[in-house]
Write a protein that binds this ligand. Structure first.
Ligand SMILES: N[C@@H](CCC(=O)N[C@@H](CS)C(=O)NCC(=O)O)C(=O)O
Length: 56
């Protein structure tokens, strides 16, 4: 079984889907993206979201 993975950065709008998933009781895991070092623009992350944004 696959589990939803949410890429988030602390203090970002990624909190919105995090709360929504918690409220509707959907199991998910989170992976932290460190925006303070621009991890959202790393080649690995840009493969996941070419916009370089969280959440995804
Ligand atoms: N909802 C839009 C906007 C998401 C957005 O702006 N996220 C901000 C955090 S709240 C972000 O990733 N900022 C990092 C950056 O622009 O470098 C999307 O998903 O494309």
């Amino acid at each position: 079984m696959h589990i939803l993975k949410l890429f988030v950065a602390p203090g970002s709008c990624a909190r919105v889907p995090t709360i929504a998933l918690e409220e509707i009781v959907v199991p998910f895991e989170t992976e932290l993206v460190c925006a303070t070092v621009n991890q959202q623009y790393s080649p690995e992350y840009l493969k996941i979201n070419p916009k370089g944004k969280v959440p995804v």
